[in-house]
Write a new protein. Structure first.
Lengths: 261, 304
């Protein structure tokens, strides 16, 4: 690989017109998108929450519904950013050649990739906020601390957008993304304390779980939902930031290599 | 006069294969300059190098007084690009495509909105302003892509095969627009493999093959320099046999390609008189053109 692929990201506000472009596309399908953001977590919350919740005793000191609500905020935001960075990002890069059109202007690849990451994180922000609103309406949380879930959704979004963009940079086609969802996203949902506490896992898997970004997201979200300041919040935020920045840099290096062909 | 776009001794290879191999270009303001070449000759790679989208292994590029790729971004502020494959935003209307694209140049919305009617007028798309892209014809999409390349009122316009895939009517309209642009003093750099397009539009052109420039001049001078003035294309039953026996005697140079013998001559009369004795052969007598030069310099074998 050539050395200029590795230079640090050159970030600028030129990403903003690209972000606005993605926003304008989204606004055309906003109604469908918002219904999706609300319906999907509602179905999980109500289905699993009432169904499974009625069989379960309290979990982690709260009702199962409350326990699940915090997990749902996290996995929803993970899903939104991942889908956007993978499928929509690949479409803009490869199918529609949107990136090519943009890079013929005074905008560079670094700006384009930054816009992708921030846009995917914006989608996470929307879906996280939607789930929080649902949880609020169902009376699952009353604490003002829960409002911190809104910036948290943005951070989770950035983290999974960055990791997802690595996949997009490597993907030969859409089929490739199945591996990521089957081998990374779904296991993460099960290992990171979304549906049950990670402490239920065998010790080896608990160690794996502790390294995964979604675990750290859940560890911040759950106390906040219960109106408690999360212990070790700074550590968890640092882990998410690390995943976001390393992921972003790696994806950028890979995109530079891919698009230099 | 200082060239607005120049490249000196450009080299670029992919996986050990030389794609651009020592190209020199110097283009003046207001000029329409053409890059001709078979598929894989290095035309598109040359454009991408000049735009600063990829880095050359060696060589120097200057565009509008700025060094590329070091200052590619700044120089692209005053450049418009019509890419080979359409990349309009399918989710947007015609006008939205222009608005969104103008923003990438840092233009204010009010500034772009003021230009949109002019651009649509230029592209004959005023009546399609609020129509979505998938409903446009190929020619309309191409015109919109040209209009989009003009949103920032550029000094130089890059056009990568601007009329490929268009019907003759659509092509003529594009040609007319491109001539208007050069008349306004814009500099055009275009790639094409349509010889008539190059002959009509380009003030000067270069023929590329295997990443090298094999000839460069005005279309007329290229024809005068590289080829005999007259061509007789002979075809029909038994043409191969006839060519083997007689073509050399009556032409300064000849080539057999497929079912046709191309006879290049200074004076066609003796050959035409001779052909009267062969009722089964038919012929086309015409002045030499750019395609003859192109085929002479790059060969007749297929490139894939």
């Amino acid at each position: 690989m050539k050395s200029h692929f590795f230079v640090p990201p050159r970030l600028s506000f030129r990403f903003f017109p690209i972000w606005r472009r993605h926003m304008l596309v989204w606004r055309k399908v906003a109604a469908t998108s918002i219904i999706g953001h609300i319906a999907d977590p509602m179905i999980y919350l109500l289905g699993l929450g009432y169904g499974l919740g009625s069989l379960l005793p309290q979990m982690g000191g709260t009702s199962y519904m409350v326990f699940l609500a915090a997990g749902t905020v996290c996995y929803s935001t993970m899903n939104s950013a991942s889908f956007e960075a993978l499928y929509s990002g690949f479409s803009r890069m490869h199918e529609q050649r949107t990136w090519e059109a943009i890079m013929n202007t005074p905008v560079t690849l670094d700006d384009v990739v930054l816009a992708e990451a921030l846009w995917a994180a914006s989608k996470s922000l929307m879906s996280g906020t939607a789930v929080l609103a649902v949880a609020w309406m169902l009376g699952l949380t009353h604490s003002a601390l829960a409002l911190w879930l809104i910036p948290l959704a943005l951070l989770i979004g950035l983290c999974f957008a960055a990791i997802g963009l690595i996949m997009t940079a490597l993907a030969p086609g859409y089929d490739f993304f199945m591996y990521y969802f089957t081998l990374v996203v779904t296991p993460m949902m099960l290992l990171c304390g979304v549906f049950f506490p990670a402490t239920q896992l065998p010790p080896l898997w608990q160690n794996v779980s502790a390294m995964l970004p979604l675990t750290h997201a859940v560890d911040i979200a759950r106390p906040l939902m219960n109106g408690v300041v999360p212990p070790d919040a700074l550590l968890h935020v640092a882990v998410l930031l690390a995943y976001a920045s390393v992921g972003f840099y790696v994806s950028l290096v890979l995109f530079r290599r891919r698009l230099s062909q | 006069m200082n060239p607005v776009l120049s490249a000196h001794n450009l080299h670029k290879s992919y996986a050990g294969q030389k794609v651009v191999d020592g190209i020199n270009i110097s283009i003046n303001k207001g000029e329409c300059y053409g890059l001709l070449g078979p598929n894989g000759a290095g035309k598109t790679t040359t454009l991408r190098l000049l735009l600063g989208l990829i880095e050359p292994e060696s060589g120097h590029i200057g565009m509008l007084g700025l060094s590329v790729p070091q200052h590619a971004r700044e120089s692209r502020l005053r450049v418009g690009v019509v890419p080979q494959v359409d990349n309009l935003d399918p989710d947007f209307t015609v006008a939205e495509n222009l608005l969104v694209y103008g923003r990438y140049f840092g233009m204010k919305d009010s500034e772009i909105e003021a230009r949109i009617p002019l651009l649509l007028e230029f592209a004959n798309l005023a009546h399609k302003r609020d129509v979505k892209i998938p409903t446009l014809s190929g020619g309309m999409k191409r015109r919109l892509t040209l209009a989009r390349a003009l949103v920032n009122d550029p000094d130089i316009i890059f056009l990568d095969e601007p009329t490929t895939g268009l019907d003759p009517q659509a092509r003529h309209l594009i040609w007319q627009r491109l001539r208007e642009l050069t008349a306004q003093g814009k500099t055009l750099l275009l790639t094409t493999h349509f010889m008539d397009e190059a002959e009509r539009l380009c003030h000067r052109l270069a023929i590329l093959d295997h990443g090298r420039m094999v000839a460069e001049d005005t279309p007329r001078a290229l024809i005068a320099k590289h080829i005999e003035p007259q061509v007789v294309e002979v075809f029909g039953e038994g043409v191969t046999k006839w060519a083997d026996e007689s073509a050399a005697q009556y032409s300064s140079r000849f080539e057999v390609s497929g079912e046709t013998a191309f006879c290049y001559v200074e004076d066609a009369q003796p050959l035409l008189a001779h052909l009267k004795g062969y009722a089964e052969l038919r012929y086309l007598y015409r002045p030499a053109n750019l395609e003859d030069v192109f085929l002479k310099l790059t060969g007749r074998e297929m490139r894939e």
